[in-house]
Design a protein around this ligand. Structure first.
Ligand SMILES: NC(=O)c1ccc[n+]([C@@H]2O[C@H](COP(=O)([O-])OP(=O)(O)OC[C@H]3O[C@@H](n4cnc5c(N)ncnc54)[C@H](O)[C@@H]3O)[C@@H](O)[C@H]2O)c1
Length: 355
């Protein structure tokens, strides 16, 4: 029997891949996201035979959510809508309303249905807080105690608690650093944020197609009540500074990215909330790791194709332009000051006092 999934945040990086994956797997898909021109345009570009149904709406509006769920009557809700870094630091009220408030609304509306759906929710390794790679902290596991260091990690921790306290069948997927081989998807703010991160901070990346496979598997497998860490295989255990430089090299711009600043080994609070993860139990249950780091780079190289030689010629110009935009250009000190830079550019990143 065809099962029906409602995907929230369906026009985002992960949502687009989840909609494609689940439609290809034979699910009936209802996709929902904010009614904004960028989302409408993105959907119009992708329209084709077998496209999912799109329902526009704001998940912070409880009556819209009630109608959406009542009409869709899904078997599963894959909840991806969120306001992520760095935007969440610039719009803290909206971020809390979406990252926590919308989860409360969605859970309450789902619980009221005659046949409540399974809710599969995107969380983040941000729940674990700042991770200093110079301490012997070991890999992140599902049992590592959450200790959020920023508002985003706090929101995700609260959202998980709402789900666990509900009567719904649920699965929580804590995602690592999600990347795509598709060019031009990272906005300027995301690039600027990336340049602020300590270059030697650990991060486990994961191809967005593998994330989509994990959500599809978590929607059907007998994993109710589980929490999983979703990162790529061991080839995805990188340090922050390598990621941008490897990707830009694959595009034909080797050496164009300024070398970032390392984090302060003596300050445990100054690091970002990413680290290497133990993904063994997630992989055993969901079988989602199909794209290696080198495989992703090879695809980026291939997609860049004829543009690579052109970009190689432009490398010196791009190098100068990027160096001018470096957040640490002319700044005193030698270590990265992630949270100071975030505060100056977007706003207070610390957890909300109300949390
Ligand atoms: N991208 C990553 O590296 C990463 C890492 C860890 C966790 N996550 C989590 O995965 C999920 C998907 O992330 P993403 O990278 O696709 O983010 P994204 O920003 O690309 O997509 C989020 C989507 O949510 C939608 N949205 C925001 N507010 C809304 C509202 N009020 N009503 C309805 N829709 C709304 C946005 O329009 C957007 O399309 C999020 O929950 C995020 O916290 C992402």
């Amino acid at each position: 029997m065809v099962k029906h999934v409602l995907v929230t945040g369906a026009c985002g990086l992960v949502g687009t891949a989840v909609v494609d994956r689940m439609a290809a797997d034979g699910w009936q898909v209802t996709a929902t996201d904010l009614d904004i021109p960028a989302n409408r345009k993105a959907v119009a570009r992708r329209r084709g035979p077998g496209s999912p149904t799109y329902r526009w709406g704001d998940l912070t509006n409880s009556s819209e959510v009630a109608v959406l769920l009542k009409e869709a009557q899904p078997d599963v809700v894959v909840h991806l809508a969120a306001v992520i870094p760095p935007t969440c630091y610039a719009a803290p009220r909206v971020a809390r309303a979406v990252n926590v408030g919308a989860v409360e609304i969605l859970v309450a509306a789902a619980e009221r249905l005659a046949r409540p759906p399974r809710l599969v929710m995107a969380s983040s390794v941000a729940v674990y807080g700042a991770r200093n790679p110079h301490r012997d902290l070991g890999l992140l596991t599902v049992d590592t105690p959450p200790d959020p260091a920023d508002s985003y990690g706090q929101h995700k921790t609260e959202a998980e608690a709402i789900l666990r306290a509900s009567s719904l069948e649920f699965v929580v997927l804590r995602l690592g650093g999600v990347l795509t081989v598709e060019a031009g998807t990272a906005g300027n703010e995301a690039l600027e944020f990336g340049a602020m991160l300590p270059a030697d901070g650990r991060i486990q990346t994961v191809d967005v197609r593998d994330v989509a496979t994990a959500f599809a598997a978590a929607s059907a497998a007998p994993v109710v009540g589980e929490t999983f860490l979703i990162g790529g295989d061991d080839s995805h255990r990188r340090v922050q500074g390598e990621i941008g430089s490897d990707i830009i090299e694959a595009m034909g711009l080797a050496g164009a990215l300024p070398v970032g600043r390392p984090g302060n080994p003596d300050d445990d609070t100054s690091w970002f909330a990413t680290d290497w993860m133990d993904t063994a139990s997630a992989q055993a249950a969901l079988d989602f790791q199909h794209h290696t780091w080198d495989g992703m780079l090879a695809e980026i190289r291939e997609r860049a194709g004829w543009k690579r030689p052109l970009l190689r010629v432009l490398t010196p110009v791009v190098r100068v332009a990027l160096a001018r935009r470096s957040p640490y250009r002319g700044a005193p000190g030698t270590y990265a000051d992630l949270w100071g830079k975030v505060r100056a550019k977007w706003g207070e990143p610390a957890p909300d006092p109300v949390g």
